[in-house]
Write a protein that binds this ligand. Structure first.
Ligand code: C2E
Ligand code: MG
Ligand code: MG
Ligand code: MG
Length: 284
C-alpha cells in the first residue's frame, strides 16, 4: 500500500495496519488478563424437546464481562484466540466452569440437565484434549452421559484422523459428540459417513424464516431424515418464531433451541427455567 501512494510520497507505515496490530496485541493481553481474573462467564441456552416443550438441558455459551467495556461477544475473540494459541486455555476454562456448574446444580436441585460445551477444532483434535475432559469429569463427579462436546465440521476436516479417533474415545466414555452448524461450510456426506457422531445441529441459516408445509422446507426435512437414517439426534438452532417451530415439529426434529424459547441465561436463571419446563405441554 505504501507503493500505491506513489513515488516521492512514501508512507513509512500503513496507519490502518498499525491500528489493527495494536488492537491485536491489546486483545491478546486482555484475553490473558480475562482468564487470570475470571472475566469470562458461561450463560446457558435451554435446549427444548420439540414435541413436548420440555427442557432437556443447555448449550453453554461464553460471555466476556470486560471491566471497562460492556460484554464482548464470542465472535469478537474466539477467532483471535484460535489463531494465537489461546483457545486451549479458554476451552479448558469453559469446560471446568460448565462441569463445576453441573455439579452445583446437581447438589442444589437433584437434577442433571445435559450440558453441551463448544470446543475449538484445533483443541479437539489434540492428544491432550481427552485427558482434560476425563479428569474434569472425575473431579466434579459428573455422569459422562450428561456432557456433550460441540465441534464444527471445519474442526473435523483439518485433522480428520485424530478427530475421528477422539470422537470414538469420548463415546467409549459415554460423552456425546455434537456436530455444530451442520450444513454450513464443508458438509461432506463422505465425512459424515465416516464419523460416529451422536447429534447433528442444523444451522440457524436453514431454520431462519421457514414456514409452511414440508414441500416448502426441503432442506430442514432432508437433514432431519438424514439424521434419522443415521440414527443421530437432531437439534435445530436459532428458533425464533412459532412458524419455525411448527416446521420443525412437522419434520420430526428432536430438539431445538432459540430465542422463541429463551436466550442463553446466567446459571441461576437457567436452572430456574429448566425446573419450570419439566412438564410436557400438549399441542405446543
Ligand atoms: P454456536 O455454537 O452455533 O452458538 C449459537 C449462537 O447462536 C450463540 O451465539 C447463541 O447466542 C446464538 N443464538 C441462539 N439462539 C438464537 C436465536 O434464536 N437467534 C439468533 N439470532 N441467535 C441465536 P454466541 O453466544 O454469540 O456464540 C457464537 C459462536 O461462538 C458459537 O456459535 C460458537 O461457535 C462460539 N462459542 C460460543 N461459546 C464458546 C465457547 O465457550 N468456546 C468456543 N470455543 N466457542 C464458543
Ligand atoms: Mg454450539
Ligand atoms: Mg451452532
Ligand atoms: Mg450456528
Amino acid at each position: 500500500q505504501a507503493k500505491a501512494a506513489g513515488r516521492g510520497n512514501f508512507q513509512l507505515y500503513d496507519p490502518q495496519l498499525d491500528r489493527a496490530n495494536v488492537r491485536d496485541l491489546v486483545l491478546g493481553e486482555e484475553i490473558r488478563t480475562a482468564l487470570a481474573e475470571r472475566q469470562f462467564e458461561l450463560h446457558y441456552q435451554p435446549v427444548i424437546d420439540v414435541a413436548t416443550g420440555v427442557a432437556v438441558g443447555f448449550e453453554a455459551l461464553i460471555r466476556w464481562q470486560h471491566p471497562e467495556r460492556s460484554w464482548i461477544a464470542p465472535n469478537e475473540f474466539i477467532d483471535y484466540a484460535e489463531k494465537h494459541r489461546l483457545i486451549e486455555k479458554i476451552d479448558r476454562y469453559v469446560l471446568r466452569q460448565a462441569l463445576q456448574q453441573m455439579c452445583i446444580w446437581r447438589a442444589n436441585t437433584g437434577t442433571a440437565p445435559k450440558v453441551s460445551v463448544n470446543i475449538s477444532g484445533r483443541h479437539f483434535a489434540s492428544p491432550e484434549f481427552i485427558n482434560t475432559v476425563l479428569s474434569l469429569l472425575e473431579e466434579f463427579e459428573i455422569p459422562p452421559n450428561t456432557l456433550g462436546i460441540e465441534i464444527t465440521e471445519r474442526a473435523v476436516i483439518d485433522k480428520f484422523a485424530i478427530a475421528q479417533n477422539n470422537i470414538q474415545i469420548l463415546q467409549k466414555h459415554h460423552i456425546r459428540v455434537l456436530l455444530d452448524d451442520f450444513g454450513t461450510g464443508y458438509s461432506s456426506l463422505n465425512y459424515l459417513h465416516q464419523l460416529t457422531l451422536d447429534v447433528l445441529k442444523i444451522d440457524r441459516t436453514f431454520v431462519k424464516g421457514s414456514r409452511g408445509n414440508q414441500q416448502e422446507n426441503p432442506i430442514i426435512n432432508s437433514i432431519v431424515a438424514l439424521a434419522a437414517a443415521m440414527n443421530l439426534t437432531v437439534v435445530a438452532e436459532g428458533v425464533e418464531t412459532e412458524e419455525e417451530l411448527k416446521v420443525l415439529q412437522a419434520a420430526g426434529c428432536d430438539l431445538c433451541q432459540g430465542y422463541y424459547f429463551s436466550k442463553a441465561l446466567p446459571a441461576e436463571q437457567a436452572i430456574q427455567y429448566f425446573l419450570e419446563h419439566q412438564t410436557a405441554i400438549v399441542g405446543i
